[in-house]
Design a protein around this ligand. Structure first.
Ligand code: HSE
Length: 370
């Protein structure tokens, strides 16, 4: 019998990408999907080829949730916080798959990223773990890019700078970024199209606009268009932001590290739409040539796209626009730094909604069905 899989949060950005991927991979044929809603109970479930439509069930109804073999939620941490314990305390032994951070660091959950930790996932299933959580997008994208180096214990520590897209903050933030771009353009479009106008006058007008009350910044609370915001999430006691702390915590949990690998740096929001980029300064455990490094990275997983270290390839293929909407993990700017032969520089770009969020969860669902 096909397993009942309850979907919650399938209408949001991550959820929609997940549904799209399940359709692309013909995965719906393997399950009995049941759609839940937190706000539109009783309305029709989505139209999916080959799946008969029914009515949306109440995502807070524990009795209905209990009937599922697997629950897959992209609804967010608040929902997990409200429902998860209630459901488990009824004795429900089904699998809970979650894209939110709420249960990630729980001792009885596993963070899933199967190209990196398939052995850990299999042993967790064998030992009865029932809660599997997708990692933070920055973490998953970093591990996908550097998986080869981690698997050969070639990394002593990493310092990162991220360039995170608006999508990581949510759909409203993508819209706001566009509104900000439009606001700036509209205000200067006349002088911009008059060749007599000096660029310094236009730039002056733009910087004046950045502090205007009219500037659309309800979500970001600051301009992102024409700007960078070196702060993501809340402060922690160490002075790191929570996003920065997650990188080392979650990466070491996914890697099941025997010895904790220090990973630290700055997380920055930039005006990209749905791809996160990251720059790494890596201290290697051995002096190994760049040719070998490229081979190791390339051979680790089939989504890696090595971008040659030249201007044309870099600006065409190592950017958010060139990677967006694909499962590619672009890795480039690979070179040894002047600090010494064990210091490596790498730049990577990945889609924040695919490998960064929906894909590890979709693949985990398929692993469970096997
Ligand atoms: N927290 C990430 C961000 C996205 O703000 O970009 C989710 O992992």
């Amino acid at each position: 019998m096909k397993k009942f899989v309850g979907f919650i949060g399938w209408r949001g950005m991550v959820g929609s990408v997940l549904i799209q991927r399940l359709i692309e991979e013909n995965n719906f044929g393997k399950i009995n999907p049941i759609f839940f809603s937190t706000s539109q109970v009783g309305e029709k479930s989505p139209i999916i080829k080959g799946i008969s439509r029914s009515y949306l069930k109440n995502a807070y109804d524990i009795q209905d949730l209990k009937k599922m073999h697997i629950i897959l939620t992209c609804q967010g941490a608040e929902y997990t916080n409200i429902v998860y314990q209630k459901l488990r305390s009824t004795g429900w032994k089904g699998y809970w798959l979650d894209s939110s951070s709420y249960l990630r660091m729980n001792s009885n959950s596993v963070i899933v990223l199967d190209p990196i930790n398939i052995d850990l996932i299999h042993s967790a299933i064998r030992s009865g773990v029932k809660t599997f959580v997708g990692g933070n997008c920055t973490v998953s994208l970093m591990l996908m890019a550097l998986g080869g180096l981690f698997s050969r214990n070639l990394i002593e520590w990493i310092n990162f700078s991220t360039y995170q897209a608006a999508s990581g903050a949510g759909a409203n933030y993508i819209m706001e970024l566009l509104k900000q771009m439009g606001f700036l353009y509209n205000e200067v479009s006349i002088p911009l199209n008059q060749s007599s106008n000096s660029v310094l006058n236009i730039e002056k007008k733009i910087s004046q606009l950045s502090t205007s009350d009219q500037f659309p910044k309800k979500y970001f609370l600051a301009p992102l268009a024409g700007n960078v915001l070196p702060w993501i999430d809340v402060i922690t006691e160490s002075g790191q932001t929570k996003e920065e702390r997650k990188v080392s915590e979650e990466a070491n949990k996914i890697l099941n590290s025997k010895v904790f690998i220090p990973i630290d740096g700055v997380c920055v929001r930039v005006g990209a739409f749905r791809c996160h980029s990251q720059s790494f300064l890596i201290k290697l455990t051995e002096d190994i040539s760049c040719v070998d490094i490229i081979n190791i990275i390339q051979n680790h997983n089939s989504w890696i796209k090595i971008i040659p270290n030249n201007f044309k390839d870099t600006i065409n293929s190592l950017t958010p626009f060139s990677v967006t909407g694909t499962l590619d993990i672009a890795v480039g700017r690979i070179r040894k730094l002047n600090f010494g032969s064990k210091y490596l520089s790498i730049f990577t770009v990945g889609d924040q909604l695919l490998w960064g969020a929906a894909e590890p969860i979709r693949r985990m669902l398929m692993i469970l069905l096997k």
